[in-house]
Design a protein around this ligand. Structure first.
Ligand SMILES: Cc1cc2nc3c(=O)[nH]c(=O)nc-3n(C[C@H](O)[C@H](O)[C@H](O)COP(=O)(O)OP(=O)(O)OC[C@H]3O[C@@H](n4cnc5c(N)ncnc54)[C@H](O)[C@@H]3O)c2cc1C
Length: 382
C-alpha cells in the first residue's frame, strides 16, 4: 500500500545521511545547552530540507504531505527537536498557503525558498486559553489601515529566533470562533515584546517564547484570510500539525526501540544476553506492534490530506496523534526500563527521548482534548 517512488526514496536516503552524519553528532550538545542550534538550521537549509512543503511556484520542492511525514519521522528518529523545526516551518507555510492572498504569498513564501534560513514563528496559545482556544484573549482592533493587537502569548514556537510570526488573535468576539484570524507579524516591530524564552523538560533544542502584545501595530494587508475562512483554515493547519506530531512521535519511538534492541543484544546478565529473556522480548514485541500501528494510521491520514479530504483528515489526524504520542511515551519509558540503570543516565539517548515523548501527548491539544475531538466528530455532539 505504501510503495515509495524513486523521488521519495532518494529524498529519504539523503535525509537519513544528513541526519546520521551531521545532526546526530550535535544532539547531546543541543540537549545540554537548551539553546537554539543555528548549526542544525544551517544544515537543514543548505540541504533544502527546511521547507519541503513550500510550493514550487514560490521556489520550493513541494513534496506531498505523506513524503513530509516520512522526512519528519526520519529526523525525529535521531532528534525530535530538529524535526520540530520543520514542523513549525510547515505550520507557518500552510497558514499562508491556505489563507493568504497572492501578494502576501509572494512577499512571505518567496523568502523561504532555496537555502534560505528565514524562520517562521507560530503563536497560537495564550496563558489563559490553551485547551479553550475560542476564549483567546488576544484582541485585534481594526483602526483604519492597520490593526492594533493587545494580549499575551506563550509557547510561541521559534519565538525569539523567528524572522516573522504567524500569530492568532480575535478580531471580533461576537463572531466567536469565526472572529479568530491569523496575522503575519514582522520580528522587531514596536509592541511585540519578547518577555523570555521558556525553560522546558524536553525538546530542549527548540525555542518556545513568551510575548506581550502591547499596542502592536500590524498593517491591514498582513491579515491572512482577507476573504474570510480564517478559523476553518486555522483548524486545517492545526489538524495538519497534529498529523506532523504523530509522524514525529513515530520517529521518536522508532529511535528509542532501536536503542533498546541494540543495548539488549549487547548486555549480558546471568550468563547470557538479556535479549534472551522473555520479559525483554515482550517489551520489544509491544514496542514494534505499537509503532507499526501508529505509523500505518499516520501514513493513511497523510494520504487523506494529500487527497484534500479535510473533514475526514481532521478526525484521523487526531487519532494518529493520540496513538502515536501514547506509543512514543510507552516505548521510550520501556526503552529506559530495558536499559536498566544505564537507561536513566544521560550517557544514553533514551532518557532524552522519554522527556521529548511527553510533549507529544500535550502539544497541539492534550490527549484528553484530542479524545474529545474524536468523540465529538464521530457522534456529531458538541
Ligand atoms: C513546550 C510546549 C510547546 C507547545 N507547543 C505547542 C504547539 O506547537 N502547538 C499547540 O497547539 N500547542 C502547543 N503547546 C500548548 C499545548 O497545546 C497546551 O499546553 C495544551 O493545549 C494544554 O493547555 P494548558 O497547558 O493550558 O492546560 P489546560 O488547558 O489548563 O489543561 C490542564 C489539564 O486539564 C485537561 N483538560 C482541560 N480541558 C479539558 C476538557 N474540556 N476535558 C477534559 N480534560 C480537559 C487537559 O487535558 C490537561 O490535562 C505547547 C505547550 C508546551 C508546554
Amino acid at each position: 500500500m505504501f510503495q515509495l517512488d524513486e523521488e521519495q526514496r532518494l529524498i529519504l536516503q539523503s535525509v537519513r545521511e544528513i541526519v546520521q552524519k551531521e545532526i546526530k553528532p550535535q544532539v547531546a550538545t543541543l540537549e545540554e545547552t537548551g539553546e537554539f542550534s543555528w548549526d542544525v538550521l544551517r544544515i537543514l537549509a543548505s540541504n533544502d530540507v527546511l521547507n519541503p512543503l513550500l510550493p514550487r511556484q514560490y521556489g520550493g520542492v513541494e513534496v506531498s504531505i505523506f513524503t513530509f511525514c516520512m522526512i519528519v519521522e526520519e529526523i525525529a528518529r535521531a532528534c525530535a527537536s530538529s524535526a520540530l523545526l520543520l514542523i513549525t516551518q510547515a505550520e507557518g507555510t500552510l497558514s499562508i498557503v491556505l489563507g493568504a492572498d497572492e501578494s502576501l504569498k509572494e512577499r512571505y513564501l518567496k523568502r523561504l525558498a532555496g537555502d534560505s534560513q528565514v524562520l517562521i514563528g507560530v503563536s497560537v496559545i495564550e496563558p489563559n486559553a490553551d485547551s479553550d482556544i475560542l476564549s483567546a484573549p488576544a484582541k485585534a482592533e481594526r483602526c483604519g489601515d492597520h490593526f492594533l493587537l493587545h494580549g499575551n502569548k506563550c509557547f510561541v514556537k521559534n519565538g525569539s529566533v523567528a524572522d516573522f510570526l504567524v500569530l492568532y488573535a480575535n478580531v471580533d468576539r461576537s463572531e466567536e470562533s469565526h472572529g479568530i484570524h491569523t496575522f503575519l507579524v514582522e520580528k522587531g516591530i514596536p509592541g511585540l515584546v519578547n518577555k523570555r524564552d521558556e525553560d522546558r523538560m524536553g525538546m530542549r533544542g527548540s525555542i518556545y517564547s513568551e510575548f506581550d502584545l502591547d499596542h502592536l501595530v500590524v498593517p491591514s494587508e498582513n491579515l491572512i484570510d482577507q476573504k474570510g475562512g480564517g478559523f476553518s483554515n486555522s483548524l486545517k493547519t492545526l489538524s495538519a500539525s497534529r498529523l506532523f506530531t504523530a509522524a514525529q512521535a513515530v520517529g521518536l519511538a522508532q529511535g528509542a526501540m532501536e536503542e533498546a534492541i541494540s543495548y539488549a543484544r549487547r548486555r549480558a546478565q546471568f550468563g547470557k544476553s538479556i535479549s534472551h529473556y522473555a520479559p525483554i522480548q515482550f517489551m520489544i514485541a509491544e514496542m514494534a506492534t505499537g509503532i507499526e500501528s501508529a505509523r500505518l494510521l499516520t501514513y493513511q491520514t497523510a494520504f487523506l490530506f494529500d487527497r484534500g479530504e479535510w473533514k475526514k483528515a481532521e478526525t484521523h489526524a487526531a487519532m494518529a496523534k493520540l496513538i502515536a504520542s501514547d506509543t512514543a511515551m510507552k516505548v521510550t519509558t520501556d526503552a529506559v526500563q530495558i536499559m536498566g540503570g544505564y537507561g536513566y543516565m544521560k550517557d544514553y539517548p533514551v532518557e532524552r527521548m522519554m522527556r521529548d515523548a511527553k510533549l507529544t501527548q500535550i502539544f497541539t491539544g492534550t490527549n484528553q482534548i484530542i479524545k474529545s475531538i474524536i468523540g465529538r466528530n464521530l457522534t456529531g455532539m458538541s
